[in-house]
Design a binder for this molecule. Structure first.
Ligand SMILES: C[S@@+](CC[C@H](N)C(=O)[O-])C[C@H]1O[C@@H](n2cnc3c(N)ncnc32)[C@H](O)[C@@H]1O
Length: 230
């Protein structure tokens, strides 16, 4: 099988797909709350009730609706607070940012290259990891960008992790995640952790397969291939 490098993957019709759901808001029917079991606005508001500042990084943020919802709500409920809301997505299909929200930044970049410049109280990735090449490096990075009590939560299908010979890698990685203090909810396909983590999972990424077919989400997804580091 010919595996794709990052540049080819980003051009793939599976990843650059204009029909995928980029419309989720923070709460409601089509929402982050529904997909993650976590209301991000309530999470940030709770932080602001005990601290002057809080921050949210939404990786693969789509149109940025959930962040925009949070910006509008928290601007009025916690006007004196120091907020930092960042979204990153490969394509700039972003909604217009509301006026008076300089703390909200929606940025077009590939997460294969992008690196955070600060730590965050909340890091989310809602149905974005399915399209990322090096999923393990993504998780390692996100866990390292958390504040001491910060939370990372992302949808992940372990079946999209494979060894270079095609064998499934998900069970081994789930065990490693557990040993490193991450929680994988198999029923909901949700990976989460609380607090900064320094992970070294010990696998070298070798490429991606965009012809893997639909994963648990029902959408075409990308398999990520790895070799153990010797
Ligand atoms: C199914 S959409 C979900 C969007 C948003 N989280 C939501 O729930 O509304 C997946 C998103 O991942 C983005 N994406 C895929 N590969 C990416 C990459 N390498 N870097 C950044 N974003 C990527 C896509 O452009 C798309 O907006």
């Amino acid at each position: 099988m010919k595996l794709l490098d990052d540049a080819s993957l980003e051009r793939s019709s599976v990843v650059a797909n204009s029909r995928m759901n980029r419309e989720r808001g923070a709460v409601g029917v089509n929402s982050y709350e529904k997909e993650l079991g976590l209301d991000p606005i309530a999470f940030l508001a709770d932080r602001l009730d005990v601290a002057e500042s809080t921050s949210w990084l939404d990786l693969c943020c789509g149109r940025g609706r959930a962040l925009i919802d949070a910006a509008k709500t928290l601007r009025s409920t916690h006007p004196a607070s120091n907020l930092s809301l960042h979204g990153v997505d490969l394509v700039d299909f972003f909604e217009d940012t509301p006026p008076g929200c300089p703390f909200l930044q929606l940025q077009s970049a590939s997460l294969h290259m992008w690196r955070a410049r600060q730590r965050y109280d909340l890091i989310t990735c809602v149905h974005g990891l399915h399209y990322v090449g090096d999923k393990l490096s993504f998780v390692e990075s996100a866990a390292s960008w958390l504040t001491v009590e910060g939370m990372f939560v992302a949808n992940l299908d372990m079946a999209n992790l494979r060894l270079a010979d095609g064998q499934p890698l998900g069970r081994r990685i789930a065990k490693q995640f557990r040993e490193c203090g991450l929680v994988f909810n198999h029923r909901r396909h949700l990976l989460s952790c609380v607090g900064t983590k320094s992970l070294a999972l010990g696998y070298r990424y070798v490429g991606a397969d965009d012809a893997a077919g639909p994963n648990y989400s029902g959408q075409e997804a990308v398999d990520s291939y790895y070799e153990p580091c010797s």
